[in-house]
Design a protein around this ligand. Structure first.
Ligand SMILES: [Zn+2]
Length: 465
């Protein structure tokens, strides 16, 4: 079989038919990513391939570092062309890393380039792509329609005025672009700049935050504002949910201490976080939003790089936190007052796959189909092996057929072929099972199930307007 041909990852005839007849042409609902709404509103034209492909992509940065490339060529002041050449030189050595597949899929799907990227082809590919990027067919909005993106959700701080989302809403852009409420900064009470963040939140919300009560009021006002702009999801990135006391009274005391710059102990911090997270969850429930919990990363491990370049530069890894008890306690508390919102839980440590997949199943009653979802393979697990493991765990412990499927979680406008990657893997699993006699040979029924997982379920679950 030729590298990356039409039937890439589709090992059986049945898988090939399932993919080409049912999955391939479905629109994309990318319900979680980190695209910049400003780029969409202003319909940005990227000036070259480095700018759209390498700036901000810490997956590629890690691979380049592992390949011995000097930091000057990664995040330093070398020219865009030089940085691209350093990446091209690295690409052949990424074989068996998902970057190798993603890179060539992206070259094929966006730029019609079948050639392999390496030191030799670098210059030619850079010129062709950079020239393409200057044309209007490669503006940000054109790229979205090229990839058949029906809807996408960015990730936004509660203190954001959503100016660009306002602009996009008024435009005639066909792709629906919605904000997502990500209030991590309100929960990170231990951070040095917490009080200055509160000041910012006070300004945007026009509610003076000087108590837990006013903090919650400010967040409630922002939830309402986000909702008006079509927001239907929130997102939280946490190492784990602490199993801590959930108490408004106690959390109010803790917050007061923080406002007076007193030092908090771990128990106090945990109580504050779990209590505020619960209050936020109740706000989401009231609006019929979906709460996303991305759990399990241990971030910014390299202090030297963190100080030199900043946070989130590719020095994060999988943590080994205890997850089950805290998650159970938190979800149960909300369920006990019937205020548990629709929830998607994503885990980063694959050893926890079964832990998460079984935990979500405890809270599915009276909430519609699969109210608490086990989220798609994420970050380090967003590759063939990780996706297959997630799909198999979900199949074994819950109902794969009711999953809301894939998202890119990406910062790049060239990442949408990851949906195709997921769809191929999904079709391949079903195709294998059918040809092995483990599933009935009912292509129409299975095809419809695949369409549900890739598109319909997300549409029905999130209830976007
Ligand atoms: Zn994310």
């Amino acid at each position: 079989m030729k590298f990356l041909d039409n039937n890439f990852l589709l090992k059986t005839k049945t898988a090939q038919r399932l993919y080409h007849n049912y999955a391939k042409d479905l629109p994309i609902i990318d319900y979680h990513n980190h695209l910049n709404p400003k780029d969409i509103a202003e319909n940005k034209q990227f000036k070259n391939l480095t700018e759209i492909w390498l700036q901000g992509d810490h997956y590629k940065w890690r691979a380049m570092r592992a390949n011995g490339i000097d930091e000057d060529f990664i995040t330093g002041n070398k020219s865009d062309k030089e940085k691209f050449e350093a990446w091209a030189e690295t690409v052949p050595y990424t074989m068996r890393n998902p970057l190798f597949h993603w890179t060539h899929l992206e070259l094929q799907r966006y730029f019609n380039i079948d050639e392999l990227l390496n030191e030799k082809s670098a210059s030619k590919i850079y010129e062709k792509c950079s020239n393409d990027l200057k044309t209007k067919e490669f503006s940000v909005q054109a790229l979205l329609s090229k990839m058949n993106v029906e809807l996408l959700c960015t990730t936004d701080d509660p203190s954001d005025d959503l100016e660009y989302h306002q602009q996009i809403k008024k435009s005639d852009l066909k792709t629906k672009v919605l904000p997502t409420f990500r209030p991590d900064n309100t929960l990170l009470i231990e951070k040095d700049d917490y009080l200055s963040y509160l000041k910012k939140l006070s300004e945007t919300s026009k509610i003076q935050v000087n108590s837990l009560e006013t903090l919650i009021a400010a967040l409630k006002a922002r939830v309402t504002y986000f909702h008006e702009l079509g927001c239907r999801l929130s997102d939280h990135g946490l190492a784990y949910i602490p199993k801590a006391e959930i108490s408004i009274d106690k959390a109010s005391q803790v917050f007061k201490k923080r406002l007076q710059n007193e030092i908090l102990n771990e128990e106090e911090t945990n109580c504050f976080k779990t209590t505020l997270l619960s209050e936020l969850a109740k706000l989401y429930h009231a609006k019929n939003w979906t709460m996303q919990l991305h759990l399990g990363a241990i971030r910014n491990n390299n202090k030297r790089l963190n100080e030199e370049i900043g946070a989130d530069v590719g020095c994060d890894s999988i943590g080994d936190f205890k997850q089950a008890k805290g998650l159970s306690h938190f979800l149960n508390n909300l369920d006990s007052t019937s205020q548990l919102p629709k929830t998607i839980v994503y885990n980063l440590n694959p050893r926890d796959n079964e832990v998460f997949a079984t935990m979500v199943g405890n809270f599915t009653s009276n909430g519609g189909i699969n109210k608490v979802q086990y989220g798609a393979a994420w970050w380090f697990l967003d590759q063939k092996n990780g996706i297959e493991k997630q799909l198999n765990t979900l199949s074994n412990m819950s109902l794969l057929s009711r999953s809301v499927g894939m998202l890119t979680d990406s910062r790049s406008f060239l990442s949408f072929p990851r949906h195709e990657y997921f769809r191929r893997i999904l079709c391949n699993l079903f195709g294998n099972d059918i040809e092995n006699g483990e599933l009935p040979n009912d292509e129409e029924f299975v095809g419809k199930m695949i369409q549900d997982i890739c598109y319909n379920n997300a549409k029905n679950y999130f209830k976007f307007e």
